[in-house]
Write a protein that binds this ligand. Structure first.
Ligand code: SF4
Ligand code: SF4
Length: 128
């Protein structure tokens, strides 16, 4: 069972093997593979399985927590999910597409993320 905070569900949609460090990417590759094999996901509040290997994780608190908590709140609300919910990515991804990506909400959620240009361009390609 994976543990993911809400906005990382969206990050996974755009994941292309890039990240904050080699350790981060290796961990993310494993999460990506697990999701691809249908492993269930528990929605968490705060540091999750992605944060485990992130250089911004300071003793379980994200050094950019103001930003990422805001992303989490918006994704939680748009997807109608709550902390503790158990979800399958195959079920939640169509909702990410309809409620966030095709409806142009990505910029409202995470325009100030350092990876935003990559995700924005991918989102625009998907809409073509
Ligand atoms: S930046 Fe923060 S929320 Fe994102 S993976 Fe790193 S610790 Fe987690
Ligand atoms: S811009 Fe950042 S927060 Fe938004 S989906 Fe991409 S990696 Fe995740």
């Amino acid at each position: 069972m994976l543990r993911l905070r809400p906005h990382h569900l969206v990050c996974l949609h755009f994941y292309v093997g890039k990240g904050y460090s080699a350790e981060f990417v290796e961990n993310m590759d494993g999460i990506w593979a697990a999701v691809g094999h249908g492993e269930s996901i528990t929605i968490t509040d705060g540091a999750d399985d992605v944060c485990q290997c992130c250089p911004h994780n300071r003793n379980g608190i994200c050094s950019t927590s103001e930003k990422v908590n805001r992303y989490d709140g918006q994704v939680r609300s748009l997807l109608g999910i709550s902390t503790g919910d158990c979800v399958d990515y195959a079920c939640v991804e169509p909702k990410i597409e309809s409620e966030i990506l095709t409806s142009g909400k990505l910029s409202k959620i995470c325009h100030d993320c350092q990876w935003y240009e990559i995700c924005k361009e991918a989102n625009e390609r998907e809409k073509e």
